[in-house]
Design a binder for this molecule. Sequence first.
Ligand SMILES: [Zn+2]
Length: 316
Amino acid sequence: MSTLYKLCIIILISVVSNNAQTEKFMAVTFDDLPFQQNRDYSAVEQLEFNKRIISHILQYDIPAVGFVNEGKLFDDDKIDSTKLDILKLWLDAGLELGNHTFSHPNINALPFEEYKADLLKGEKITRRLAEERNIKYEYFRHPYLRSGETEEIMLALKKFLKNNNYKEAPVTIDNSEWIFAFGYNKAFKENNIEMMKKLGTDYVDYMIEKIKYYEVQSQQLFNRNIKQVLLVHSNLLNADYFDELAEAIKNEGYEFVSMDEALQDEAYNSENNFVGKYGPSWIHRWALTKGVDKSFFNGEPKVPQYLKDYSGIQYE
Ligand SMILES: [Zn+2]
């Protein structure tokens, strides 16, 4: 073998292995459809904002999943046809929808029987709309990501979901986008253009910091960057800024994949015995189940203080 030939092989191998190391994948999910701040905007406005969100999703070719609270479709027991159109818009764009319960209950705050009833009530319209279009309907996303504060409830919910043919939709990149969205909404209502701009820009930076944090966590736990699942919401912030966020994520080296593809990563078969009052990232659930040192969780990016002050949301 000539020296030159050997050199070429070495270069080729290093290029291939480098690529293998830098491959990053992310699934994207939008919660609280038809719209997060349901009471603040008319159905027509909500439709308009969703159109913008969907156009960003399509621009970046993202096989996103939207999670629906069907309770938001109703006005005084009557279905609002414009809000129904929002769901059709998602499906007709080729996007999947999933169940996020009917009324977004906190699993720790009501009897489990009522929670289960609310969950099943949450699929009635969306499942039909999806199946009419031959789009599968199979994911469940826990409100507040909460999955039970006792082992009994945690296990009973898992069993209930399985018996009803639902797949849990985990989140690895958990974040406080909702606080940015709350502040952004307030700034919009106050016609504070400067604040909207600041929040939008800071939102994108904050989310990238959060993604990097979970990359480090993933490295610590799995020695690689697993296929990540991002959670954001259907809100005005994303109607205005999700395209910038998607661009920034792409610039971090990510390729957008479907939920199905992300879940094929064997990381999602990791043992998860998490029981607790709140709903952390699945990476933290696996880490806690494994019994990692407390220092594992250090360094999580927080929302800026000015946002806490402006939104009045001090806890995080
Ligand atoms: Zn939610």
